[in-house]
Design a protein around this ligand. Structure first.
Ligand SMILES: C[S@@+](CC[C@H](N)C(=O)[O-])C[C@H]1O[C@@H](n2cnc3c(N)ncnc32)[C@H](O)[C@@H]1O
Length: 209
């Protein structure tokens, strides 16, 4: 993570993520199922947070959870137990994830690349851990187009947002980061997302190693 979790903001963020789970399911659920594709028995998930994606995984799935924020763990384990998935926790951040090379069929990242310290390094790690032909499924909020009103708002509120959101960037060009990561194949779609929020537009899709 960009920062050591703050005892108060960390708790607020963990609570907020759990509270946002139902609206996120309505907003992103169908799209997530499309990009995840066929679900293997073991899934590497970057920054699962409070476990919003576990509802989409079959019972008995082993989730290698790359989650450096200890404030997320209580809710993550509760959610895992609710949906019958097994957690294999890796404490290090995704920039140096403790996952074996060429071991994963699916790596999932939803709303995480906005918050990591070094997105290029994370993508290089994702390529390292995927088997040839493995899939990286992503759904992220990204910077609005330069010059738009929304982008001006994103730049204006960047500092407090980044502080409150413990390292979240509203203004990252994550599509470009994924495009230049050197995957064999890439399906990427842009979508706005409902509501008048600053964390839009979004991208979703999958990349094949
Ligand atoms: C906005 S939350 C998204 C949580 C979840 N993926 C979801 O869709 O609800 C961002 C998550 O990324 C995690 N995170 C931040 N930096 C990270 C890093 N370097 N490596 C892995 N996870 C990270 C945070 O702890 C948090 O759980």
């Amino acid at each position: 993570m960009s920062h050591k979790p703050h005892p108060v903001r960390g708790r607020i963020n963990s609570w907020f993520l759990a509270a946002a789970e139902k609206p996120m399911h309505r907003e992103y659920g169908e799209r997530k199922l499309r990009i995840f594709g066929e679900l293997p028995a073991t899934i590497v998930e970057l920054g699962p947070g409070s476990g919003a994606n576990f509802r989409y995984y079959p019972q008995g799935t082993r989730v290698i959870a790359v989650e450096p924020n200890p404030m997320m763990l209580k809710r993550m384990y509760a959610q895992a137990s609710r949906h019958g998935v097994e957690i294999d926790l890796r404490h290090a951040g995704a920039e140096g994830m403790e996952v074996e090379s060429e071991s994963a069929d699916l790596v999932v990242s939803t709303l995480v690349l906005c918050s990591v310290r070094d997105p290029d390094q994370v993508l290089s790690e994702v390529r390292r851990v995927l088997r040839p032909g493995g899939r990286f499924a992503f759904l992220e909020h990204v910077a609005a187009d330069p010059g738009t009103r929304l982008r001006k708002v994103q730049e204006a509120i960047h500092a407090p947002w980044h502080w409150l959101g413990e390292g979240c960037h509203l203004n990252r060009d994550t599509a470009r980061t994924i495009e230049r990561a050197g995957f064999a194949d890439l399906e990427l779609e842009r979508f706005d997302g409902s509501g008048n929020t600053p964390y839009r537009p979004h991208i979703s899709g999958y990349a094949i190693r």
